[in-house]
Design a protein around this ligand. Structure first.
Ligand code: SAH
Length: 241
């Protein structure tokens, strides 16, 4: 019997990777731990011989990779996206370590797609990219030098996901009676809220400051359910009348 594994629902998303070798290293890191869904957002060079060489016997992962032009496409229909960051940032979301994050991701991957988003080698993820995710995850490392090689960071997360998957102890029981809202539903809600705030003159579009970023951070903490997004949008509609 071929039961689908929650690991099939885990997407590894690499944003704007500059070194094709890291894409190959990522494919190998994934396959050794039983992951298969690779998304590449605007890679500098792909396909690339260097990626094939570093992937070794994991070239099938490269062949099946989804190449997309925006993070939104890579997060389509996912219910939980984590931003992998080498350093902690100002105004960041709740930050988990690799082990906590793997457990949290697997709870949701049992039913729906989830994503781990990795940044550029030179500068990591942008603030905008991080704000599209619900959690930030940091692999605890030497505080004096905490920036891992991209494929090495993927390897650690893939290993933690595998360990969380094979753990004999049951996963934290989260009743699945309530379905989490998808990325797309939440983005539509943010857009609706922003329009309503502009129309009511609460938000000056010429001087937005960091209001939307703060709002995203607040809702990211709550892990909105489908029903809740519907309620919030219903309230906005009613107030707009
Ligand atoms: N120079 C960049 C780091 C780039 S490393 C910076 O300062 O942000 C490339 C990517 O690997 C990062 O964007 C992140 O997604 C991942 N990564 C590297 N080290 C990590 C760590 N300690 N914890 C979590 N992710 C890490």
């Amino acid at each position: 019997m071929n039961r689908p594994s929650p690991l099939d629902n885990v997407r590894i998303v690499l944003s704007h990777t500059s070194h094709a070798g890291n894409i190959g290293g990522t494919a190998r890191a994934m396959k050794t731990m039983g992951l298969s869904a690779l998304y590449l957002v605007n890679p500098k060079s792909f396909p690339d011989n260097e990626a094939d060489v570093r992937a070794s016997n994991a070239r099938d992962i490269l062949e099946q990779a989804c190449i997309v032009t925006s993070l939104e496409e890579a997060l389509h229909e996912s219910v939980l996206a984590v931003a992998m960051t080498a350093r902690t940032r100002d105004l960041s979301h709740q930050t988990l370590d690799a082990r906590q994050a793997a457990r949290e991701l697997l709870v949701h991957a049992a039913q729906s797609p989830v994503a781990l988003v990795f940044g550029r080698e030179s500068s990591g993820l942008t603030t905008t990219e991080i704000s599209k995710c619900q959690l930030t995850v940091h692999i605890p490392a030497n505080p004096a030098y905490s920036s891992l090689n991209l494929a090495a960071a993927v390897q650690i997360m893939a290993y933690e996901l595998r360990m969380a998957f094979t753990e004999t102890t049951p996963l934290p029981s989260r009743q699945s009676a309530y379905q989490l809202a998808s990325f797309d539903e939440i983005e539509l809600f943010y857009r609706h809220l922003e329009q309503a705030m502009i129309a009511s003159e609460f938000l000056d579009p010429n001087q937005p400051k960091r209001l939307m970023q703060r709002i995203r951070r607040m809702f990211a903490r709550t892990q909105l359910e489908k029903e809740e997004v519907n309620i919030l949008r219903g309230i906005l509609n009613a107030l707009q009348k």
